[in-house]
Every structure is written in C-alpha cells, then in structure tokens.
Design a protein around this ligand. Sequence first.
Ligand SMILES: *Cc1c(COP(=O)(O)O)cnc(C)c1O
Length: 497
Amino acid sequence: MARVTAGALTSPRNTIARATVSLLASLCLALSLVGCSGTGTIHEDGGDPDDVAAPTISGAVTLSPTRGVVHGGNLVMVGIAGLPDDLATMEVKARFGSADSVSCEFDNVVRQFACRATGHADPTSVDVVVNANGKDVTPAASYTYTTQGYEDMPVLTLDLAALQRNARVIEDDFPENLGLGVVLKNGEPVGAMAKAISEIGSVDYFFVPKLSDGIALREAGVTIPIAVIYLANTEDIPLMLHYNLEVAAKSVAWVERANAALESMQGELRVHLWIDTGFGPEGVTPDEALGLAKAIAASPHLKLRGIATHLCCVTKDDKKALKNNDLTNKTVLQKSRFDRTVAAIRDAGIGEGVLLHVGASDVLANDLEPLYYDMLRVGGMFFISDAASGELYSWKTSIKQVKKLPKGWCIDYGCETITTKATLVGLVGQIPLRDDPIAFVVRGKTVPVLLNHQTVVTLDLSSIPDAAEGDEVIIKFNPANDQLLDATPPLPVTLKK
Ligand SMILES: *Cc1c(COP(=O)(O)O)cnc(C)c1O
C-alpha cells in the first residue's frame, strides 16, 4: 500500500506511543468538546540533577483545550499538578510536535500556564512536551490540529488510507486510454486529499473549484495538471502562473485583460473553454463559444488546453437514448450541442488535439461510453464512506444534556408543532448545516431530529429510554447518498494517523 503522505504526517518519533496518545485524544474529543485534558507525568531526565534551585514537581500535566487550528495561534492552558507555591517564578515552555518551544505565561487566576500553540504543516495530532524549569514532561499529551473551521464544532477525522482505497477501486475499473480527472470539492484539507489520491498513481488531472484549492494542492506537492473549474479573476494571474494552474477563460473581455496582464510575464497561461450546453453554472453559451475560442487562439499568452461541458441530468436510461440519438433526452441534447460547438471550433482550425472533457461520476457509473471523450471528471465516487470497505471519516460528539419534555411542549418558534406525549430529548451543539441531511446515531440507533438550530440540535431519544448525558453521538452524512464526505468549512477536520 502506498504510504499516506508519510513524511508530512509523521515525525520520526515513536509511532506506537503517538498512536496511543492520539487514540486517547480522540476518546477525549468523543467524550467532550473542550472539557477533556491530556495528561502526562514529569520525567527527570530532561533536567540537571544538580539543579537544586528547581522546585520539585510531581503529578500530572493537563492541556486545555486539546485541539486548535493548523496555522497555530490558539491559547492552550497548561496545568501542572502538585506545583510549589512560587509558581510565578517558574519557567514553563511547551513544544508542539517538532516545532520550536514557546514560552508560556503564568495566569495567576487560573494558576495554570498560558501557551500559544505553534502552527503545523498538516491537521494531525502531535505530542506536546511541556518543560518546567528545565525538566521535560513527555509526553504531556497530544494536541489535535484541525483545518480552519468553527472551533466549537465537533471535529471530523478523515482517513486518507480509506480515500486511497476508494481511489484504487475506481482506478482498477477505469477504462483504459481514458483520462482520469479528479474533482475535489468535498472540503478540507484539500491538499492532503489530492496528495493521497495522486500517490495511487493513475490520476491525470485535478479539478478544483477555486484558486486557493489549486494553491493548496501545489503546496502539498501535487505535480500533475490542476485546473480551477469556476470563475477565475485576471488579477490573480501572477499566482496562476506561479503555481502552474489552469483556469477557465470566461469571455472575450477576460482574454483581453489576461493578455494585458501576461504581457510582461514569461510563459503561457493554459485555459479551458467551458461550454454551457444547457446546464447553467460553467461556461459560455454555444453561440459565444466560437468567438471566445478565436480570441484564445489569437492570444500570444494563452494556450487552449481543453474544451468542456457539464451535464445536468444523467441517468441509466441515457445509454439507450444516446444509441437512438433521442434529442428529447437532456443528456443527448447537451451532447449534441457540445459536439456541434466543438465541430465549429475545429472547423475554424482551433482546438485540434485539446482535451475534451464532459462526464462525471454518473457517466462512469452508468458506462455511458459516448460521453467519455478524452477524460472524465470524477468527484463524488472518491468520497463515498462505506462501512464494508472501511469508513472514510468519523464524526462524533456527545449528548450534552438530557431532559424529558412534557406533553404539549412547543418544538420551535411559533409553536406550530407540539409534543403529543412526554418526550425524552438529548441536546447536541454546534453542528453545521449541510446541503444533504445528516443523521445522528446514538447507541446504534438513528434518532430523529426534533429541532435543528445548529447551535443546539434537539434529538428525539424516545427509542432510547436510558440515554444519558455524555453518550456518544455518531454523525453521518446523508445515508441515501452513500454518506458522501462533506468536509467543507466551517467544519474542522483532522487527519487520522
Ligand atoms: C462536481 C463536478 C464534477 C464531478 O461530479 P461528481 O458527480 O462529483 O463526479 C465534474 N465536473 C464539474 C464541472 C463539477 O462541478
């Protein structure tokens, strides 16, 4: 099996100890969002045995909280049990992973030390070593770095090995001589996801929704072509060229601005011509396409790399409709518009040999060969979380409060719904809204959501009469949709080790 960005994810330390610590940290996170602290004990080997001036310290070290954002800056309170009285004179430092130590400040009210977490390359867990008056405490605890998100939300743990398993299954079945483009719009950390997928080997292209994603992929070490699908601003051209990112040329005016911007630069900007064949978001209408193709072809600084469209309504019935060229079928209609537009462009002597890409996961899943062209752009299929083959993600919280609502109690503002019987409910908090419904599982049962205000979600626990505060709640993305990963912000994400 290919290693999952091994160099970036693990520092060359004791991996078993780290795995244990990170397991403890996950348990902590599962039990409570912020109330759990890591512990460790003092080792004497870090200090000078002759240093009689150092106060003797015995007992546990705690961190609160045990998680924070990957770029650092969060305050972490470090508690040291059994401290002597002259705490204020004590020098405490903390080292997060392999970063340089930071000095901590004594907070006389909390009687703990306030340390500012350093940044980390990846959203993973690291050991924290606390040093008090020259003595190391190791491991104090582990600290979990997450992607930028709302820090009160339960952390989602992403398993890159499972992502690679999905990738391998797709690649094993993938038609030969067909380009494989991978679309990454399932959220963060997008760079680490792309790196893990590209390590499997046969990916030809990445497609990302926005420029910052493309940059994240390059920063993560992705070297294959990357195209930004949606609207690209010409003022960002220096970055596009610097990171070797391809973009969509969206209008003749855009091409003119791009040419002006590129005049003083070396090198070409590679662009794709997206044609809107009847499903709105990306591209120009067929009427505008030839004019835009000509403008790109005439540009000394732009190079046409691909012509693309996106289909709205693929179903398994399309196979037959394609065979019969049934233009009442939406897919067939879109295909015919695409083919006609590409033919007109090529008749004008433009775009010979550029990549034609049209189909997504649904085209592959339904074997719609006439829609293969040169490359498919496959997204969703990579992000299915399947219990049978090992789940891609784990997202957990716990019940924060349990209460029994009497009969006749209002469920929401306006009191349009009331309880029809005394109802046991459990509260969980800070759950982001997703496009697709999410499911909450308590003690193996999916429980109904009575009311979702995001800040507080009220779960109907009627089916679990002995449910209690602190019970684990497993959160799943829409089961009807293969539990497709949606790790888009503001959800904080960490990588499983
Ligand atoms: C999302 C997207 C895809 C991938 O679609 P899936 O159904 O996730 O495979 C392909 N192309 C474009 C333009 C997209 O926006």
